[in-house]
Design a protein around this ligand. Structure first.
Ligand SMILES: NC(=O)c1ccc[n+]([C@@H]2O[C@H](COP(=O)([O-])OP(=O)(O)OC[C@H]3O[C@@H](n4cnc5c(N)ncnc54)[C@H](OP(=O)(O)O)[C@@H]3O)[C@@H](O)[C@H]2O)c1
Length: 257
């Protein structure tokens, strides 16, 4: 699948990795970019990058009705990038309610499901089409104090696998992106070396164009995946010990940002 000449929808395009995707898509010659975000005002800087090729779209990925309306209003689409996501560093035990834990599932799992259900028929009309889902290494190795996030990204990982099987018949490629730490607002609380948002977006689009179904776009993602493949039993039983050792190796090998 080629980005040049393609029409692409990016969720959470107003900042962070979503904005980096828009910049990288422009560079690669995408014909039309539906840059979606929760409010139009927050999309102004992104829209100003190229007013001819960027269409700002108000969209909350937890709003199933709004998503259906947008899909009905989008006659053609080649690539859907499910980028919008939320962190969830709250305790799973105690606390007043489970609002944050539910929200992580609503955005990171049901948001991706809602978008995929609504846009699968639109993508089916394209000659070549794809869905890119932004997961995390936290979806295959549990990250301490962020169980809600890990659980939601693990659910998304299974969703991607299900979608890949379901959409193969209509020729829609499903690419799962599993980054480590990225230098965005979400990544700001982690005091370790991080990949730039542009490098992650570029690696994801390279993988898409190469026909891949999985990409580990940075060094920590690849270290984590190697541990998952080489020592699955340890990852299942003692994920925190595995992550702790990986972070120490990362910190020793690169300066922190
Ligand atoms: N940063 C990291 O270290 C890291 C690592 C691995 C994976 N990821 C994943 O990469 C993706 C992008 O993250 P990021 O680092 O760019 O995070 P970020 O800087 O916090 O940006 C998150 C984006 O998601 C949007 N969003 C949140 N809830 C939404 C909703 N209900 N509807 C529509 N948009 C919503 C935000 O919009 P508002 O501006 O309106 O809040 C924002 O545009 C996420 O899926 C994240 O889980 C990030």
């Amino acid at each position: 699948m080629k980005i040049e000449g393609a029409s692409v929808l990016v969720t959470g395009a107003n900042r962070g990795l979503g904005k980096a995707f828009v910049e990288e898509l422009l560079l690669r010659g995408a014909a039309l970019i539906h840059a979606s975000g929760r409010d139009l005002e927050s999309l102004e800087a992104v829209s100003a990058l190229d007013r001819d090729r960027i269409r700002p779209v108000p969209l909350d990925v937890t709003d199933a009705v709004g998503i259906q309306e947008l899909a009905a209003d989008t006659p053609t689409l080649d690539v859907l990038i499910n980028n919008a996501g939320v962190d969830c560093p709250v305790p799973i035990l105690g606390g007043d309610d489970m609002a944050d834990l539910r929200r992580a599932m609503e955005v990171n799992y049901f948001g991706v499901l809602n978008m995929s259900r609504a846009f699968a028929p639109v993508l089916a009309r394209s000659q070549a089409s794809a869905i890119i889902n932004l997961g995390s290494m936290a979806g295959f190795i549990h990250v301490a104090d962020n169980t809600g996030y890990s659980a939601s990204k693990a659910a998304q990982l299974m969703l991607s696998q299900g979608l890949r099987g379901q959409l193969a018949g209509q020729g829609t490629q499903v690419l799962q992106v599993l980054p480590g730490f990225i230098d965005t607002d979400m990544g700001a609380r982690f005091p370790m070396p991080k990949a730039s948002a542009r490098s992650v977006a570029a690696a994801a689009l390279d993988a898409l164009e190469a026909g891949e179904d999985l990409v580990l776009p940075d060094v920590f993602a690849r270290m984590s995946y190697d541990a998952f493949v080489d020592r699955p039993d340890e990852v299942m039983r003692k994920p925190e010990a595995v992550i702790g050792a990986l972070v120490q190796r990362l910190m020793a090998s690169q300066p922190a940002t």
